[in-house]
Ligand binder design. Sequence first.
Ligand code: DAH
Length: 340
Amino acid sequence: MEDKIKQIKEEFKEKIKNKSLKELKELEIYFLGRKGKVSILFQFFKTVPKERRKHFGAKINELKSFIEKGISTEIQRAESIEASRKLEEEKIDVTLPGIKLHTGGLHILSQTISRAEDIFLSMGFDVMVGPEIEEDYYNFEALNIPEFHPARAMQDTFYLSKKILLRTQTSPIQVRIMEKYKPPIRIIAMGRCYRKDAPDSSHFPVFHQIEGLVIDKKVTFANLKGTLSLFAKRMFGEEVKVRFTPSYFPFVEPGAETSISCVICGGKGCSVCKNTGWLEMGGSGMVHPNVLKNVGIDPEIYQGFAFGWGMERIAMVKHKIPDIRMFYQNDLRFLKQFKG
Ligand code: DAH
C-alpha cells in the first residue's frame, strides 16, 4: 500500500510537468476522477487490516490533497500563460490607418432618369409606369400599327407567345393611361424596352425610353415645341436648341424627329454630330385621331402631343459616353466616374 501511494505520487510529479490547460484537466480526471488512480486506492483500503487503516487513510488523503494542490497551481499557471498569449495575439495597433468602406452609388442611367423625372415633375407632369411584358394590342395595334404594317419591321422584338411580347417602346403606356384616365392628361413614363437589335455602339437589345403624353382641349404643336425645348435646356444647358424635322410614326400626325443642337461643338459640326450640328434624340408628334378613337376620346374635342426619347441617348450626350454597351458591362472603372 505504502509503495502504491509513493508510486502514484511519483507518477503525478512526472506527469504534471509542462502541461497545457487541456492536458491538466485530463490529468485531474486521471488521478482524481471517479475511476481515477486515487479513488482506486480507496478501494484497496478495504483490504488493509483495521489497525493500519487510520495510518493509510491519512496517507491517501494527504496524497489526494497533494495532487489537488499541484493541479490547481498548475492550472493557474497555464491560465495566466494562456491569457497573456491571447493578449499578445489580439493586440490592436490603434495607429494603423482605418479600412475604407466602399459605399455604393446610383447607376448613371438611374441618375439620368431621376433628373428627367425631376424636370418634368417641376413642369406639372405625373410619372407613370407600364408593363415591360406587353400585349401586341397595346404595343402595336392600338397605336395605329396593324398586323402587317411595315413599321413593325423596325421594331422586331422577343415574343413570349403570338400576342404577348417584350415592349419595343414606352408608347403603349399612352394607350393604357388614356384608357384609365380622362383628359386633361399630362404624364411621362420611363422604362426598359426591348428589340431584336444586334449590339453595337448605339444599339442594345435592352434600352430605356422616356415617353411623354399631354391630352387636353386646345393643345398645339407649339406646346410640344415649348415642352421639349424647356426639357432640353434644363437637361443639357440653356444654350441648347431643339429641332423638329418631319418624320413618320403611325401614332402621331404630324410626326417629327427631334434633335438637339450638338452639345460638343455647339452646332458647328464635329465627329460626334457627324458634322450636322445636331444630335437625334427621338420621335414626337400630335397624337393621331385614330389612337384617340381607339380609347374612346373624341378627337374633335381633345388633341394632344406625345414624344419618346432614348434615355441612354440622353445620358450619352450629357456625359459624353461614346458607347451604349458601357451602361451594361458593369465595369467599375466606368461606373465610378459617375458615382452619385
Ligand atoms: N416610340 C417611338 C419609337 O420608339 C418614338 C416615338 C415617336 C414616341 C413619336 C412618341 C412619338 O411618343 O409621338 O421609335
